[in-house]
Write a new protein. Structure first.
Length: 381
């Protein structure tokens, strides 16, 4: 009975920690992809939350959790690890859709009413990956959320981007540092060799766009050591490459030059970048041939994610009942059971540790009581 009571108390504590750990939430429509018939099934309106709770060895545990808006029950969850491709596989698609992979390996798709909601969710997932990696302070963290098409950006290529930058405050997104999302004109520049080699007047993320393609979207976390121009603050930037123009002289070390994306552009030309030394050029060419899988790297050599295969297509119109193989009550029962099992498995270690700790404290209290009072007093009470 004592163990059952302690288990109940520990379970309540775990639930309160989970609720308090929500750092971002947004409403969306959830769809589940079935590989058997290659169709999506509508699961209704959900609340999508990013949670952050304390883990072992001063690390934090990040999760993406979807809960039914009506009942509040968890529909699915996905742990966010040190890389996007190795955990949640979050991918932004067209028409305000985004896909991700749950802990059980199932593919889901989310539909957002506003594109800004999807952008902010991507930013928080990028922050979660940065926190899961231990908040590295001497190199950038790069998370590709849309692969893009065409040629990849290299040093001195011209690019036009839309971006929004925020200051990281602890485990959350703080104030907005800079943005051009609401402006008609894009921000154009020539890609520098690395983030420390920024020209005056640059925002602070220009050296992290190497490897992006036209239409690609990326979340970048830039600590102060990587010269992000924000002083002692860590920046997190959402970048979309709206237009890419590759320099045709890519095969050789090039002289500094100004680049225009279009001959009829009326914007000021992009600022030139510093000329590469021969050693830097050799390092860059070696890096391009290797294309490592890591999402982080030293400031001088940005490491990039290899583009992942495209996610499943966005969900179609609402699913007709004929496409559902089981009655709704049975499907809801199966979903609830799977969600409960996943929740119990994820919290079992914490519950066991809490039970052991409370059991030990209870034994210590009983020992002290026996020393201070005779047994007859205990029975009388």
């Amino acid at each position: 009975l004592k163990l059952q009571f302690l288990y109940f108390i520990a379970r309540e504590m775990a639930d309160s920690i989970k609720d308090d750990g929500v750092i971002y939430s947004v409403g969306a429509s959830l769809f589940q992809y079935s590989s058997d018939n290659s169709k999506f099934k509508s699961l209704g309106q959900v609340t999508v939350s990013i949670t952050c709770v304390a883990g072992e060895a001063d690390r934090t545990i990040q999760q993406l959790i979807c809960r039914d808006k009506g009942t509040g029950k968890m529909t699915c969850s996905a742990k966010i690890g040190k890389s996007n491709s190795g955990s949640v596989k979050f991918q932004m698609q067209s028409d305000n859709y985004a896909s991700f992979r749950s802990d059980s390996g199932e593919q889901y798709s989310l539909f957002f009413q506003q594109p800004e909601d999807m952008n902010m969710l991507a930013i928080h997932i990028g922050l979660s990956i940065y926190l899961s990696a231990g908040s590295p302070s001497h190199h950038t963290t790069i998370v590709d959320v849309t692969a893009g098409k065409g040629d990849s950006l290299d040093v001195k290529d011209a690019v036009a981007v839309k971006y929004c930058a925020y200051v990281v405050e602890g485990f959350a997104i703080g104030r907005q540092y800079d943005t051009n999302m609401q402006q008609k004109k894009t921000y154009k520049f020539a890609v520098p060799s690395s983030n420390p080699n920024l020209e005056s007047g640059m925002v602070g993320f220009e050296g992290t766009v190497i490897g992006m393609k036209q239409g690609g979207k990326r979340v970048v976390v830039i600590p102060p050591a990587c010269k992000n121009t924000a002083g002692r603050d860590t920046l997190i930037v959402f970048v979309e490459a709206t237009k890419v123009r590759v320099d045709t002289r890519r095969g050789a070390a090039r002289l500094p030059a100004q680049h225009h994306l279009d001959d009829d552009d009326d914007d000021a030309p992009a600022a030139p970048v510093q000329q590469l030394t021969f050693q830097q050029f050799q390092q860059q060419q070696t890096h391009q041939a290797a294309l490592p899988l890591s999402i982080t790297g030293p400031p001088g050599i940005q490491q990039l994610l290899i583009p992942q295969p495209p996610p499943p297509p966005p969900p179609p119109a609402p699913v007709f009942p004929s496409e559902i193989s089981l009655p709704p009550t049975q499907q809801q029962s199966i979903s609830n059971t799977e969600a409960n099992v996943a929740q119990l498995m994820s919290s079992s270690n914490d519950l066991l540790a809490t039970v052991n700790m409370m059991n030990q404290k209870l034994d210590d209290v009983n020992c002290e009581v026996r020393k201070l009072h005779p047994p007859t007093w205990l029975w009388d009470r």
